[in-house]
Design a protein around this ligand. Structure first.
Ligand SMILES: NC(=O)c1ccc[n+]([C@@H]2O[C@H](COP(=O)([O-])OP(=O)(O)OC[C@H]3O[C@@H](n4cnc5c(N)ncnc54)[C@H](OP(=O)(O)O)[C@@H]3O)[C@@H](O)[C@H]2O)c1
Length: 325
């Protein structure tokens, strides 16, 4: 037996209940992990509320780090005692122990701690594919990153800076603006009170930016289109403020033959080679110090509901961990 957070009915944070659960033995191609740290992500909220449906009851969570405790048949790549991390389905990260398909794991290098790995795998590999593959940032680009003090945001600001970009970031408070500035954000805009479209136009001398990385969704989507230069790329990769409303694709033409993509980490890491390459690049920028993982909140795993409340209330910055006892 082990302990885990389970969801029996979708709803508010109160549906996250701490229970004793059975852990299966690892089947063919799987390993059993004793988890040392679990990453909190906004997608966990979408599963909890039912916005992204999952079969009930389920253990939420897509990201963690831990030690291999048992190995199923046909697993050649990992050995007992290996330190590994993941940021993929299947759901089930909010647990002290769990089984995972071995082909979704990466080994954690000696230079990276378990806590760093659990805090950055999902948000950091997202920053990696957004900045290196979806719209490859070049030195000299000016880019707009929404929610710049958030989990993905802080990592993306630092990484884009490392690539030689000028970063415009939006944030919900002056404290967050200061935090974003300390992590590479050249221009922090308080988007609750300031008109970020006007500010972006001013900062870019009217030219607009070649790319917007928009994780906020409903509240920012249409205005983000107005920040783009002709042929610019709108990367709508999240919906922290709610789902983007349906819109007339003619707008993309009218606003300058814009490109629009709605990417997902799951697609970008579906092939094992891409997962391993993305993780390797992430580990490299963290190991060299170009990107720092800011673990700004930790909660006992049993208090996952409190972590969800804080995340949804915009009280968190950087990355957040849930810790098994
Ligand atoms: N597509 C992908 O592959 C992928 C991968 C990872 C994450 N994501 C998405 O990226 C987003 C960020 O994820 P994260 O885990 O790093 O979270 P996060 O950015 O740390 O937290 C969400 C932030 O969004 C901002 N926000 C704006 N309006 C909000 C509202 N109405 N309610 C709550 N927050 C609001 C808040 O920052 P301010 O107070 O500064 O506005 C808040 O701190 C999420 O939407 C997530 O689903 C997508």
């Amino acid at each position: 037996m082990t302990h885990a957070i389970r969801v029996h009915a979708t709803g508010g944070p109160e549906v996250l209940t701490w229970e004793e659960v059975q852990v299966p033995s690892p089947a063919r191609g799987e390993v059993l992990l004793r988890q040392t740290a679990i990453g909190l992500n906004f997608i966990d909220v979408y599963h909890r509320t039912g916005l992204y449906p999952a079969p009930l009851p389920f253990v939420p969570g897509l990201e963690g780090a831990g030690v291999v405790e048992a190995i199923g048949e046909d697993v050649a790549e990992f050995q007992l005692g290996d330190r590994v991390a993941y940021a993929n389905p299947p759901l089930g990260a909010y647990a002290e122990r769990r089984v995972m398909p071995a082909d979704r794991l990466v080994r954690i290098p000696d230079s990276i701690t378990d806590r760093q790995a659990a805090a950055m795998m999902l948000q950091g590999m997202t920053a990696q594919y957004l900045l290196r593959r979806t719209y490859p940032v070049r030195a000299g680009d000016t880019v707009l990153i929404h929610a710049a003090a958030g989990g993905v945001g802080l990592l993306a600001c630092q990484w884009a800076k490392h690539l030689g970009a000028t970063i415009i970031g939006t944030v919900g408070s002056e404290d967050k603006a200061e935090l974003a500035r300390r992590h590479g954000c050249d221009h922090a805009i308080l988007y609750k009170t300031e008109d970020f479209v006007a500010q972006v136009r001013e900062i870019t001398n009217g030219a607009g930016v070649p790319v917007v990385y928009d994780s906020v969704g409903r509240d920012t989507f249409l205005k983000s289109l107005d920040c783009l230069s002709p042929l610019g790329m709108m990367v709508s990769f999240g919906q922290s403020s709610g789902k983007v409303e349906p819109f007339d694709t003619g707008l993309l033409g009218a606003k300058g033959s814009l490109f629009l993509t709605r990417p997902s980490l799951m697609t970008y890491t579906a092939k094992r080679a891409d997962l391993v390459a993305g993780a390797a690049e992430l580990f490299e920028v963290v190991a060299t110090g170009a990107v720092k993982v800011e673990i700004n909140q930790t909660y006992p795993l049993s208090e996952a509901a409190k972590a969800h409340r804080d995340l949804e209330a915009r009280r968190t910055t950087g990355s957040t961990l849930l810790l098994p006892s």
